[in-house]
Design a protein around this ligand. Structure first.
Ligand code: THU
Length: 131
């Protein structure tokens, strides 16, 4: 399957607009490319009880799983601010449940989506937990 990083990053940027982030004021968007070519977006959803916050990546994966998708070929993540938003440890573990280690992860700042970094999930999380 041909993967267009810019298309996936664009979907992530669209999702970031829907972020519910009144506490951190840090908007994150993600998009995952399913095996059948469909794209699922996600954004961070914060809560007044801070620990209940859900990251953008997990929102995207959980939404896709709810639609019956189980395997993903690429992941994109964008966020407000100037730093590249590498996914948190919890999201790396959740992604590893549904993506091969070779799966590309595209990461970019919303302010500069043309300059994205590309890394594999296996590089982000070697030896993920499984049983
Ligand atoms: N966040 C994500 O959406 N993804 C990550 O991988 C790390 C952090 C969100 C959670 C919270 O809403 C905000 O960024 C600040 O931590």
């Amino acid at each position: 399957m041909e993967i267009d990083p810019q298309l996936l990053l664009q979907a992530a940027a669209e999702a970031a607009k829907n972020a519910h982030a009144p506490y951190s004021n840090y908007q994150v968007g993600s998009a995952v490319l399913a095996e059948d070519g469909s794209i699922f977006p996600g954004c961070n959803v914060e809560n007044a009880s801070y620990g209940l916050t859900n990251c953008a990546e997990r929102t995207a994966i959980f939404s896709a799983v709810a639609k019956g998708q189980r395997t993903f070929k690429a992941v994109a993540i964008v966020a407000s601010g100037n730093t590249i938003p590498y996914p948190c440890g919890a999201c790396r573990q959740v992604l590893s449940e549904f993506c091969e280690p070779a799966t590309p992860v595209y990461v970019a700042s919303i302010s500069n989506p043309a300059t994205f970094d590309q890394i594999t999930l296996g590089e982000l999380l070697p030896k993920s937990f499984r049983f």
